[in-house]
Design a protein around this ligand. Sequence first.
Ligand SMILES: Cc1cc2nc3c(=O)[nH]c(=O)nc-3n(C[C@H](O)[C@H](O)[C@H](O)COP(=O)(O)O)c2cc1C
Length: 393
Amino acid sequence: MKFCGVEFKNPMVIASSPLTSKLEMLKAADRAGAAAASTKLTFIKQPFYGKLRMHTYEKNGSIICYDRRLDIDEGLRLTDQAKKETNLKLFCNITNDGEDLEGWAFLAKKFEEAGSDLVEANMVCPNVGLSTKNIAGDSAISKTEHGGAVTGQDPVKIAQVVKTLKESVKIPVIVKLTPNVTDIGVTAKAAQDAGADGVCLAGAQSSLPLVDIYNEGKPGYHLLNGVSHGSLGGPASKLNCFSLVANIAKKTNLPIIGGGGLETFEDCIMMMMWGARLVTVCTAAMWYGWEVIEKQVRGMEEYLQKMGYSSYDEIIGKSLQYLRSSCDLEAIPGYPVCDESKCIGCGRCAKPGHCNAITMNGKRPVIEGEKCLGCGICVGLCPAKALSMQASE
Ligand SMILES: Cc1cc2nc3c(=O)[nH]c(=O)nc-3n(C[C@H](O)[C@H](O)[C@H](O)COP(=O)(O)O)c2cc1C
């Protein structure tokens, strides 16, 4: 399949992260079957040298507020070696002060020379500006902190950087946008109008961790002397990222890379059905290893065959046809039905506080269809998947 004119053997891109900061990991990505990787964020001058620190909650995700990025010589060496020793297509994930356009151009040219296949302009990282802005406002941001999400919140700066990059390199220019804006359609459109070849939208909602309510509200992480508004990766961002990707798909013609909380091959297919042409994965592979990528790649290929699709192109944006504004939606009357061969009699479906349509008769749910609001919560909560909604006409 093609993305911005570059051939990809499948839609799987390993997202820029510690998974893409070393040659040995890029080789593991290659072995796992990924088509591409976005090398770890590289600076001309790092605002600070962090170390990897994360707050991790398995049901929700990880928050990253401190991490080690690459200096330019490290990023270029990694790219050069990975081009020689893997079959991966490589995005170079770079950022710079939004006002230092020459710096952006310099970085992109250097990576093009080193062999990167596409530029991924990082306008997403909240740790290099947004975390300062979120506690003290714009004026508190230091000169070196202006990259990442701060640039990605400003359509004017996005356009300036994209134009500069397009004038500087021949390889495609992708913008990885921050989701921390009021309308992602506006920033994506700014990228498109300035000539970007594509956009990437993948998690990174600004987030704060759980705190210890029995210890003065201290955030529950010990190898750090505080906390800052960090970037969310993992399952909690998936549904929000579907919405952001679909928003961009409707408002621009740009090819989209979509990610955020993709754990299974089904998640990847769904992201594509909401409009993504390629998908990215980070947290799932950090949590569970490269096996996740192998399963996703194999699962997607098998799915295409099983469903009789001849290429990934046939599934991209399939779900967009169902998108309409809320005032154009019409409710279909109905109620839940229970498959008693599956029901385990747990009574979960009778619990919702706003509903009196289901009561338990011993271990058996009794459903009064005329009392049902039709919300579908019971279907979502049933641990045995015994309930389904049925239209009443
Ligand atoms: C530890 C860590 C470091 C990351 N570093 C970068 C980075 O350097 N550049 C970047 O664009 N995104 C970075 N990200 C964001 C990921 O690339 C990805 O977009 C995000 O985590 C959402 O995908 P996921 O839910 O699959 O993790 C990082 C994420 C994690 C967890």
